[in-house]
Design a protein. Structure first.
Length: 334
């Protein structure tokens, strides 16, 4: 009885945004207390304002590829969402990532806004799930290629860990594919049944639309690789000098950690993960944490700009709707 009450209490706390904000702040505070602030500040200030602004601009502009990818996937069945509306919804989701648990929270926001502008609700939800699924696949693909390119750089423990990771992912992939061939199991809980149905729908749409899936996967690889290159630019300026393949291994692993819904937008979790991974390659914590905090400022600035883009496009969208309505009224009266 006591265990159930404790579990229920922890579950309620975990679902509250205040709890996740507290976790993020606690992690950041722990890092700031444990690390020498002078060295951390010296690492961060190596990046000039001009370079920081350039990375922010590249980050925001790079997400245009994300808009194209998402719009391609939500329109699998029909023209469910115009590109301009997709752009508004996407940047609203980018802004929402600042205050929602894990990166998936922003996906839900953009899908929720898009539903108001389309009758194809199922296509929007499915396309959004497929979009995030392909992003994760792109990160895993980058990790796999980087690990294959640099086996000599990795320690025996790292290679063993990666082997177990890929074994687990292979089993999960085979299990997912098997859902296509086994009959639907009715005695499973409702939420698991819904997850199985959505997974099946994603796989079926991938099979029925291979050209769109391949194009979207290519864009996901391009986008994620671009973000890694931006981190390399910031990292080398901060004094982190490691092989290129290690960058393409460490950063995706750290980003995947941000999917864990225990903090706000992955704040704190991503920095800890990056520091732990890079420490194995003799990178000081002050350098890796400094890079992580710098990237966090990029995400915050990019999210805020995304919010302004959403407001700007929303204003223009409403003005265009009013213009069309007025023109239609004048046509009827004449």
């Amino acid at each position: 009885m006591i265990r159930k009450r404790i579990f229920y209490l922890l579950k309620n706390l975990w679902q509250k945004p205040v709890f996740r904000i507290a976790i993020s702040l606690a992690i950041i505070a722990f890092l700031l207390i444990k690390l020498p602030l002078e060295e951390l500040w010296s690492t961060v200030t190596h990046v000039s304002v001009f370079l920081w602004l350039f990375v922010v601009a590249a980050f925001v502009m790079g997400h245009i590829v994300g808009v194209i990818k998402w719009n391609l996937l939500v329109n699998l069945k029909s023209k469910a969402l115009p590109f301009t509306v997709a752009c508004r919804c996407y940047y609203a989701g980018l802004f929402a990532n600042l205050c929602l648990p894990s990166l998936i929270g922003g996906d839900l926001i953009r899908a929720g806004i898009a539903i108001k502008h389309s009758n194809e609700k199922g296509a929007l939800i499915l396309g959004s799930l497929l979009d995030r699924f392909l992003d994760i696949c792109a990160l895993l693909f980058i990790i796999y290629i980087a690990a294959m390119i640099s086996p000599a750089v990795l320690a025996a423990e790292d290679r063993k860990l990666l082997v177990w990771l890929f074994v687990f992912l292979s089993v999960a992939f085979l299990f997912t594919i098997s859902l296509l061939f086994f009959p639907f199991i009715n005695f499973l809980p409702k939420k698991i049944n819904e997850l199985i149905i959505r997974t099946r729908n994603i796989i079926f749409h991938l099979i029925r639309n291979p050209q769109r899936a391949i194009a979207a996967f290519g864009m996901a690889l391009f986008l994620q690789s671009g973000f890694i290159l931006l981190n390399i630019l910031l990292g080398t300026t901060c004094g982190i000098h490691i092989p290129l393949s290690i960058w393409f291994l460490a950063w995706p692993l750290a980003k995947l950690s941000a999917l864990i819904p225990i903090s706000i937008g992955g704040l704190g979790v991503r920095e800890i993960a990056l520091a732990v991974i890079l420490e194995r390659f003799s990178v000081p914590y002050t350098h890796s944490v400094g890079l992580g905090l710098l990237w966090e400022t990029i995400l915050i600035a990019g999210g805020i700009i995304g919010g302004f883009i959403y407001l700007f496009l929303s204003k223009n969208f409403r003005a265009r709707e009013d213009f069309i309505a007025a023109r239609s009224l004048n046509t009827v009266e004449s």
